[in-house]
Design a protein around this ligand. Structure first.
Ligand SMILES: C[S@@+](CC[C@H](N)C(=O)[O-])C[C@H]1O[C@@H](n2cnc3c(N)ncnc32)[C@H](O)[C@@H]1O
Length: 232
């Protein structure tokens, strides 16, 4: 079976325990990372109503829930290829259109969205450079892309290695135990090691045409955010 199909099937299987595992494994700290990402994106856009917001790899809908607390009179779309994750999102989130699709082939028109977010999803897209191009195509001029992700850290400091110990050793054990699916959480550290570093992703965004790229890494560089604009 191809790698992308296997990844999506894995999310189908862990969907019922995904939210619990997420909150326990991040000690709720991910809520702060998500909030800061939304805040910085909205500061960049300069308004908080009448926006079209697309959350890609929306999973069980956590990012859409954050956007909905920040935005009034706006339209929300969540895209994910996992039926299992989408089923949970649909039960949790109102006033959002959910579509089963992949990031590298978005079923949306050119220049149709004000904001695109992808939280802890890009690493799971095998052909992620194609997804970045899709985000650029679908964003309106002046639109903003928000990425939250666990990035590969090729030169960890002593302090960073504490974060790496957590993501590479503790998290797979705890996640495997909560989800009763060791394989799914063993995949997590491997997917981080195989993914881009902060500098590499910044370069890729620049090459596609994104500008004003802001990035920041948190908590021993465990998680990073990127905010990037499509020029007006
Ligand atoms: C770690 S979860 C993140 C879910 C959610 N964004 C969150 O912040 O909790 C990763 C998600 O990426 C989705 N995914 C996997 N491959 C994808 C692809 N090719 N395109 C879009 N999403 C994908 C999975 O189905 C899963 O829901």
């Amino acid at each position: 079976m191809d790698k992308q199909k296997k990844i999506v099937e894995m999310f189908d299987v862990i969907a019922p325990s995904y939210d619990l595992a997420n909150r326990v494994l991040s000690f709720g700290i991910d809520i702060g990372w998500r909030k800061e990402g939304c805040k910085r994106t909205l500061e960049r856009i300069g308004k908080n109503q009448g926006l079209k917001v697309l959350d890609v790899a929306c999973g069980t809908g956590d990012m859409i829930a954050h956007w909905q607390t920040q935005l009034q009179c706006s339209e929300f779309i969540g895209i994910d290829p996992s039926k299992g994750m989408l089923e949970i999102a649909q039960k949790k989130i109102q006033n959002c259109t959910f579509i089963e699709a992949q990031a590298q082939n978005l079923p949306l028109e050119d220049e149709s969205m004000d904001i695109i977010s992808i939280a802890y999803g890009l690493r799971n897209v095998c052909e992620y450079p194609l997804a970045l191009k899709e985000f650029y195509r679908v964003l309106k001029k002046g639109g903003v892309l928000l990425i939250l992700e666990f990035m590969h850290n090729p030169n960890p400091s002593f302090f960073d290695s504490l974060g790496l110990f957590y993501t590479q050793k503790v998290l797979p054990l705890l996640g495997g135990w909560i989800s009763k699916n060791k394989q799914a959480y063993a995949y997590l550290p491997d997917s981080i090691k195989d993914f881009a570093s902060v500098d590499e992703l910044r370069g890729q965004l620049e090459n596609i045409g994104f500008s004003h790229i802001f990035s920041k890494s948190y908590h021993a560089k465990i998680s990073s955010i990127f905010v990037a604009s499509k020029e007006k």
